[in-house]
Design a protein around this ligand. Structure first.
Ligand SMILES: Cc1cc2nc3c(=O)[nH]c(=O)nc-3n(C[C@H](O)[C@H](O)[C@H](O)COP(=O)(O)OP(=O)(O)OC[C@H]3O[C@@H](n4cnc5c(N)ncnc54)[C@H](O)[C@@H]3O)c2cc1C
Length: 375
């Protein structure tokens, strides 16, 4: 049976970043992706924001990997011509209570090592963004936007150039532990089943990472790996309104999301989103009737947006570890040696800021895999 050193399951931005990191000509590396090309799920259904790392608890993986990932992303973009723009971001407070919330957020951001955050007064906000309403705002100059497709294309090419094989239309169906590591069972585009051996298996399957962990024999409820789908829809903003805003504008965050915010793209167009609600099934339909909620939530900050300006755009699904109403959870990135599955590395719950964190996650996982495989 064919043997490889490392199998990466999933060619989203995280799986591809890991492939680019671990690939070297001395190792056999394969990426298995069930779609016909990379980035067909969450990695192409998000806000494309390079986050600063403000919101996450001190010392969490989300905080550490986001702050490191942001720096690495800007470097990768500048070195390899990947379109990005350091737009800066304003998180807006509308009343005294929210101002206190922003002050706490500022302290949290500073604890996470972000040293360029600044509170802005009403007048300072007006100078920067004359058309928005705010009592105060927290300004994050290092936040930006990125062309995620170009980033994924770059990671894919870098991985291939260093000898990794990208196998599309290959769905992982089974993972059996064996003396040599794992026997990975795959179904290809023609429905043909085949299997091969891999010393290391890296599960970067996004919304399906819990199912992959279960295939490898993990009790996902006991381990706390069950994923809950939390949908986020976007509405396009027409009517030339995009010309009235120059930064990413966020409201004060809620427990499960950063709130409906402006999403600027590299062409200068504007969307609003994402909202956040738990769903049972994966479905990317945008419900027109949610337009009213969008308007209601954004109007106090962007009073110039009218109902007729909004049209349904796209949706994404967050792979959340916490069910509705539960405490916020961190990323899980775990070598399962202690669960009796050495060589299996699970990445579960890689929701936002997973795009920003991708290059830092890749280094983190690369170290684990490198240590396990040895020189
Ligand atoms: C609405 C929304 C907005 C977001 N905004 C931001 C943002 O602005 N900034 C930010 O940093 N992050 C953001 N994120 C988070 C970010 O998009 C994700 O963290 C990131 O894309 C996760 O990438 P991934 O590679 O882990 O997963 P995915 O992109 O989902 O890739 C997983 C891949 O695994 C494949 N796969 C699954 N099962 C199998 C199998 N059995 N066999 C083979 N292949 C399989 C899938 O087909 C898929 O291609 C947002 C997320 C959402 C939902």
């Amino acid at each position: 049976m064919e043997k490889v050193d490392i199998t990466i399951i999933g060619a989203g931005v995280v799986g591809l970043a890991i492939a680019a990191e671990v690939a070297d000509d001395t190792r056999e590396i394969v990426v298995l992706e069930r779609h016909e090309t990379f980035g067909q799920e969450t990695s192409s259904r998000n806000s494309e924001v390079i986050h600063a790392g403000i919101y996450y608890p001190k010392d969490s993986l989300k905080a550490k990997l986001c702050v490191e990932g942001k720096q690495l992303l800007y470097q990768v973009c500048h070195r390899h011509g990947i379109p990005c723009q350091q737009t800066g971001k304003l998180i807006v407070a509308l009343n005294e209570e929210e101002v206190k919330g922003l002050e706490m957020l500022l302290a949290k951001g500073e604890q996470n090592g972000i040293n360029d955050l600044r509170m802005l007064s009403t007048n300072e906000v007006k100078k920067m963004e004359p058309h928005i309403q705010a009592k105060a705002a927290l300004y994050s100059p290092s936040t930006g936007i990125i062309d995620t497709h170009s980033l994924m294309k770059y990671f894919e090419s870098a991985a291939k150039d260093k000898g990794a094989a990208l196998a599309y239309e290959c769905e992982v169906k089974s993972i059996e532990q064996c003396a040599q590591g794992y026997e990975v069972g795959v179904q290809d585009a023609d429905g043909e089943a085949f299997s091969f051996l891999s010393r290391v298996v890296i599960n970067s399957a996004g919304l399906h990472a819990d199912k992959i962990a279960a295939l490898a024999g993990i009790d996902i409820d006991a381990a706390g790996y069950r994923i809950h789908y939390c949908k986020g829809e976007y509405f396009k903003v027409g009517g030339g309104r995009h010309k009235l805003v120059h930064h990413l504008i966020y409201p004060s965050p809620t427990a499960i999301s950063l709130g409906i915010h402006t999403v600027l793209d590299l062409q200068g167009m504007m969307k609003l989103g994402p909202n956040a609600f738990y769903v049972e099934e994966i479905d990317y339909q945008v419900e027109e009737r949610h337009k009213k909620d969008f308007l209601e939530s954004i109007k106090p900050i962007l009073p110039f947006v009218e109902e007729d300006d909004l049209s349904p755009d796209m949706a994404g699904i967050r792979p959340k570890l916490q069910a509705s109403g539960e405490e916020v959870r961190d990323f899980i990135i775990k070598h399962e040696e202690s669960s009796g599955l050495p060589g299996l590395i699970n990445l579960v719950g890689i929701e936002s800021p997973g795009l920003t964190s991708a290059p830092a996650i890749a280094k983190y996982v690369g170290k684990i895999a490198g240590k396990y495989l040895g020189p």
